[in-house]
Design a protein around this ligand. Structure first.
Ligand SMILES: *Cc1c(COP(=O)(O)O)cnc(C)c1O
Length: 410
């Protein structure tokens, strides 16, 4: 006998609220007050952004990083500093935030999409290698949802074809690949502190400069600051190339200092909770858990499992609805479709009144380009993971998924 589902009038699995809490407190307020008392909110004359970056560098074990106004900006800065330019091809993921793509197009480079592993939802190295042409200049990996990409294989491809590697870590704070921190393995690691990420400064971003070379650091830094060189004594304003103003303000830096102190706790809780969900639903017929490669640490920005419609007697939408009615909030899928189905790619128009840069390229963006990625978005169910949840909440999530899966088992 099955337990009666809530959609059929049975008792809900979850009838208590999920744990919640305040992300910001007196520590942030104190830092903000100090920032204001400096009588300047400019990063170069104040101390808060500098402190934020030096704390971040210590946490990540890197020598240099640069602050930016958003994660999107951080990625653009990395691409600019890497010298990515007109007509270059950049291989990236079709399941990501559109912020991953904006910098590529602003450099007038061409996004090329590699297919994904069906269970980690990260770029498949074999597909990356297949997409390489003589115009390929960089691989922009996206560590989706706190889960590390297969970096050994990707770095080997980058060495073989002399490509830059930029890591989009917007969803992956303190994510580990075989013990190493995501964001420290490629040439640059890009982070976002927008309000939806593990930590928030309202908006903001960070770029790590992993070569550890001062000249690389200076170039990266200048690319986020209108190409001003603010090192040593005088400011050098020689404008040798175009660079945007993506500066972080002291207010964001101040909040960031306090937020960074909470990061380890936030990531530990999310890692534990996500792994507990996997433990609880592993072996269930018709359910494929969010896969993390052995030896890695995932800090789950969200948890996403897949259902197998050949094994279950329901559609993904029916499963999602039944689970929601059990009191387990969830979303059917993540982004509605792979990013190359966006009008920008379908119409090959990135700018108003211009076909540039697509007119330089014969790269195409047709349906079926990345079949595994498309299937992921059609069969996945996403559940929020939050550091304020309790162990009881996680047990309820597991009970809910098990109850619905067992009911619909053929
Ligand atoms: C959030 C996010 C970005 C963009 O960050 P913003 O700070 O919103 O500009 C880029 N890539 C991924 C994978 C993201 O999740």
């Amino acid at each position: 006998m099955h337990e009666r589902l809530a959609i059929h009038g049975g008792p809900k699995v979850k009838d208590t609220p999920f744990g919640s809490g305040s992300r910001f407190g007196l520590a942030e307020a104190q830092e903000l007050l100090e920032a204001l008392q400096q009588n300047t909110l400019f990063y170069h004359t104040g101390s808060k952004v500098k402190q934020f970056l030096s704390d971040f560098n210590a946490l990540y074990g890197v020598k240099y990083s640069v602050a930016a106004s958003s994660g999107t900006a951080a990625i653009h800065v990395a691409l600019g500093a890497a010298g990515i330019t007109v007509g270059d091809e950049v291989i990236t993921s079709p399941i990501t935030d559109q912020g991953t793509l904006v910098g590529i197009l602003y450099q007038n480079a061409i996004p090329v999409f590699a297919d994904l592993d069906p269970h980690t939802y990260n770029m498949d190295p074999a597909s990356i290698e297949e997409r390489i042409t003589d115009r390929t200049k960089a691989i922009l990996v996206v560590h989706l949802a706190g889960n590390a990409c297969d970096m050994d294989a990707i770095m080997a491809i980058a060495v073989k074809y002399k490509l830059k590697v930029i890591e989009d870590c917007a969803q992956s704070y303190l994510t580990r690949y075989k013990g190493r921190l995501a964001g420290t393995i490629g040439d640059y690691g890009c982070f976002s502190t927008n309000d939806f990420k593990h930590i928030s400064t309202g908006d903001g971003g960070i770029v790590t400069v992993n070569s550890g070379q001062q000249s690389d650091y200076y170039r990266t830094h200048a690319f986020a600051d209108k190409n001003y060189m603010r090192f040593g004594g005088d400011v050098i304003r020689d404008l040798h190339y175009v660079a945007p103003n993506y500066r972080m303000t002291e207010l964001q830096g101040a909040v960031g200092i306090a937020q960074l102190k909470k990061l380890a706790w936030i990531c530990d809780a999310r890692q534990r909770y996500g792994d507990l969900v996997t433990e609880g639903i592993s072996g269930l017929q018709g359910i494929a858990p969010h896969h993390v490669q052995a030896g890695n640490a995932c800090t789950y920005w969200f948890y996403m499992f897949r259902i197998d419609e050949d094994v279950l007697n329901c559609s993904r939408e029916e499963f999602s609805y039944a689970l929601a009615e059990e009191g387990i909030a969830n979303t059917a899928g993540y982004i509605p479709d792979v990013v190359y189905m966006q009008p920008l790619f379908q119409q090959r128009q990135a700018y108003l009144n211009s076909g540039f840069p697509f007119e330089l390229s014969d790269v195409s963006y047709e349906r079926g380009l990345c079949p595994s990625a498309e299937r992921i978005l059609q069969t996945a169910i996403r559940i929020g993971i939050n550091e304020f949840y309790t162990e009881e909440d996680i047990k309820d999530i597991v009970r809910g998924i098990r109850k619905v899966a067992e009911y619909y088992k053929k």
